[in-house]
Design a binder for this molecule. Structure first.
Ligand code: SF4
Ligand code: SF4
Length: 488
């Protein structure tokens, strides 16, 4: 009898009546010789042990070696003591785990041919369109980021109201329908990030506005997007935490953005504007970077910056986006494309991760951004970003009027941290004061960057606030006096 996989079905004493005068056991063994014994394909064995339980002769044991192909520990079959009853074959849930035929596992290429090489669809490049010169506008930071996105060619926005970022979504909801665009109020943050994943997979510039609790909820989808290498822009107007916290300004998500974008090997460029003009400029730049690296890009503002009004000059050109060759765009030219973040074969996933890490290394080498003020001869550097950088600048101006050698260094990318620009300043500035609206998240990034760059001997002090309280100019001045041991 053969089973449906071509294997021999299990025997029993009833099936083998012994001729007169022949010992039953000898007869069974003689019959068994005619039947094939099980052959194990170790790379298909899951080590479930069902065959061990099924074997009446104890011929199968748990193995001790990991199979390099499956990463699992297959059983070991002692074919010498096996009587070929076939019970193990019947018990095995794997179609080809145990068999009576020696299968060679075919290379898919052998079975299906080499396959047709995927055609390479060329990119349809973006175009720059000149804009008429206009007078500067006075805009809230959130509106400035939205206008920057529109000028970068973004016509697809997914989101929901969440203070203090709501004005961005509100403006997009009003403007995009008039520009043949789409604003979709998603049912949740999880829906939002997955709308972005789909839209970005089609190669369309897309974005969302959110704030800290919403950003936390999006992290799994962000990890998928980084794995699938799709571009999108997230404006995260950070507020006080943990939990729902409040709607005041806090730099609460620096750690999540720089170190915690979902599971696995994830990194993304984190831009940190300090005023509404930079909200617009960095919003445009974020789309360029997202498409250049096929990776999400994040703009981290704080609640004060999102709500603050400031003078904003529009750029001289805007972007008409093209269509990337890799996009799943829905037309014939892009039909062969596939976007996903799954690699079930271990070595393939390792290769994907290696490629991602090479991309992160390029970002670290090429995309560090910072600004500085009176830093060239400073003996103490104040380091601050977002709104605290504005208070710090006022403090540095006051301290310089007092004749104190103090400067300001402002990271405009939190990841990659702009250590290359900071390093030469630390030749003469041996003291650093980190001013931030968090419990040391910016300082942690600084310390990590110093450590990776093998920079030692820097004395680091800090001034921190949380929960919607921002460091004030006067207390920064006082702290610098304290650090430099200046008495009033
Ligand atoms: S075929 Fe051999 S190994 Fe399998 S159950 Fe029977 S005796 Fe045991
Ligand atoms: S039943 Fe099949 S898969 Fe399970 S341990 Fe035995 S050979 Fe392996």
């Amino acid at each position: 009898m053969r089973n449906d996989r071509g294997g021999v079905l299990g025997g029993s004493l009833r099936e083998f009546p012994s001729p007169a005068g022949t010992p039953k056991e000898d007869h069974i063994m003689a019959k068994a010789k005619e039947r094939p014994k099980p052959i194990l394909l170790p790379q298909l064995c899951k080590g479930c042990g069902r065959c061990i339980e099924a074997c009446p002769r104890g011929c199968i044991q748990m193995g001790t070696e990991i199979d390099q192909e499956s990463g699992l520990v297959p059983v070991v079959v002692d074919r010498e003591t096996c009587n070929a009853c076939g019970l193990c074959i019947t018990a095995c849930p794997e179609p080809y785990g145990l068999n009576t035929i020696e299968y060679e596992l075919e290379d898919p290429k052998h079975l299906f041919g080499e396959g047709v090489a995927k055609p390479v669809t060329p990119d349809q490049p973006s175009e720059r369109i000149p804009l008429p010169k206009v007078q500067p506008m006075v805009l809230k930071g959130n509106y400035a980021a939205a206008i920057g996105a529109i000028l970068a060619g973004c016509r697809h926005v997914f989101g929901y109201p969440i203070t203090p970022s709501t004005e961005g979504a509100e403006l997009m909801a009003k403007v995009l329908p008039q520009l043949d665009g789409v604003f979709l109020q998603a049912v949740s943050e999880v829906a939002t990030v997955n709308h972005l994943y789909g839209c970005a997979g089609a190669g369309l510039p897309c974005m969302t506005f959110t704030s800290s609790p919403g950003f936390s909820l999006m992290l799994e989808g962000i990890s998928y997007m980084i794995g699938a290498e799709v571009p999108a822009v997230f404006v995260n107007v950070m507020r006080g935490g943990p939990g729902l916290g409040n709607i005041g300004p806090e730099q609460a998500d620096i750690k999540l953005g720089c170190r915690g974008l979902g599971h696995g090997n994830t990194h993304a460029i984190i831009l940190a504007p300090t005023n509404p003009q930079e909200m617009l400029d960095l919003s445009m730049e974020a789309f360029r970077l997202a498409f250049e690296y096929r990776n999400p890009v994040f703009i981290f503002g704080d609640g004060y910056l999102g709500q603050m009004t400031g003078r904003v000059q529009l750029p001289e050109t805007m972007i008409r986006p093209g269509i990337p060759g890799w996009a799943v765009y829905g037309d014939e030219a892009h039909r062969h494309n596939l976007i996903n973040s799954i690699d079930l074969i271990e070595v393939d996933l390792e290769k994907r991760n290696e490629a991602l890490n090479e991309k992160y290394a390029r970002m670290q080498a090429n995309e560090q951004r910072s600004s500085s003020f009176r830093a060239d001869d400073a003996e103490l550097l104040v380091i601050a970003c977002n709104t605290p950088a504005r208070m710090a600048k006022g403090a540095v101006e006051r301290l310089r009027r007092e004749g104190m050698p103090v400067g300001l260094f402002t990271p405009l990318t939190l990841w990659p941290f702009p250590i290359d620009a900071l390093k030469p300043l630390l030749g003469h500035a041996k003291k650093v004061l980190v001013v931030e609206a968090s419990a040391g998240q910016l300082e942690d990034e600084l310390r990590l960057a110093l450590s990776h760059a093998d920079i030692t001997g820097i004395e680091i002090s800090h001034l921190r606030h949380m929960g919607g309280v921002l460091p004030q100019e006067g207390e920064i001045v006082d702290k610098v006096h304290e650090v430099l041991e200046v008495t009033a």
